[in-house]
Design a binder for this molecule. Sequence first.
Ligand SMILES: [Zn+2]
Length: 140
Amino acid sequence: MTDEALRLMFEHEVGQDDYRRFLEVGVTDRLRFWQERLISRFTLAHPELSLRAGELEKALRVCEGHGEQLLLESVRGVAAEIDRVVTAETRTLFPKANMSPVGLGSGAAERPIAVWFCPSCRLAHSQWHRSVGDARQPLT
Ligand SMILES: [Zn+2]
């Protein structure tokens, strides 16, 4: 079964609102309680799928705006990279650009942290900043 087919089944099972909210919050190393409940509900409803551990989570790690699979990168020195321009508009245009992850705790800026991002969101982010005259370089 493809990831897309799995996502469609999951969306059908939990409903559009919960599906969208699930993607907006995103799949992180530690899911929220309500996300775990939705996954349990789905796997109990579909034992025939014999899902491997993490298989559904991987399929659900997509951008809610573009439907693209998120990519992982490791970045450093991100604590000071807080994007000052986060609005309802930018959240809609590039919800998973993830240009401004914030590390927590002392020394967070020096520690690499894992960042999931959508390539199309990064492109939209870059184009948007160019259009408003506030170009920022992607984190590398
Ligand atoms: Zn995206």
